[in-house]
Ligand binder design. Sequence first.
Ligand SMILES: Nc1ccccc1C(=O)C[C@H](N)C(=O)O
Ligand SMILES: [Zn+2]
Ligand SMILES: [Zn+2]
Length: 206
Amino acid sequence: MTIIDITRTLKNGMPVWPGDTPFSYEISSSKAENGSANVGRVVMSTHTGTHVDAPFHFDEKGKRIEELDLSLYIGKALVIEIVKKEFITVADLQKHDLQGYERLLFKTGSWPDPATFPETYTCIAPEAASYLAVSGVRLIGVESPSVDPLNSKEMLAHHALNNKGIHILESIDLHEAEPGEYELIAIPLKVEKADGSPVRAVLRKE
Ligand SMILES: Nc1ccccc1C(=O)C[C@H](N)C(=O)O
Ligand SMILES: [Zn+2]
Ligand SMILES: [Zn+2]
C-alpha cells in the first residue's frame, strides 16, 4: 500500500491568499519554561494551504464545515491531467471517462512553486459544473488556490458547483501523483460554523 501525501506544508512565511492572515506556528509555552511540555499555537486562515471550502464561504445560507457529509472526503477518486489551461471546460472533461468517480482531482501543475503565490492558475469554467454533476462527480480537487480567478467577486464556479451539489477541495499538490485511480482521504476539522478548514490530504494506491 502506497500513500502519496498531496498536502501542502503549513509553515511560517508560506504564501497565502493576497491580504489574508499570514500563517503562524509558534511554541506559546515551552517545556524549558513551564517544566512539563511544549505547547504550540497556530494562527491561520481557513483557506491557507490544502483546504476544503464549506458552501458558507461564498453563500450566507450555505452549509458550514461541520455539517458536511464526511463520505465526500473519503473514497475512490480519479486524478486526470489537464495542463496549460486558463479554464477547465466541458471539452476538456469530455476527453476523459469520468463514469463511476464521485471524486475528481485535476492535475494541472498550475501552482509549481510552493514558496510563492501563483499569479495565474487554472480555474474551473462555471459551465463545467452541470457536466460534472451529470457524470456523477460530488467533489473536485484542484491544485490551484481557488476554482475561480483571483480577482473574481462573483465566484461563479464556486456557485455553479455548489448549485449542482459538488464540493470543493483546493490547493492540493499532485506532483507525485500519476493520473489514475486512488482512494482519497482529506477530512476537514470539526470547527463549529466554519467556512472552510485545512485538511491532511492523501491518496492511497494498492
Ligand atoms: N482568503 C480569501 C479572502 C477573500 C476572498 C477569497 C479568499 C480565498 O481564500 C479564496 C479561496 N481559497 C477560495 O475558496 O476560492
Ligand atoms: Zn478556499
Ligand atoms: Zn474556493
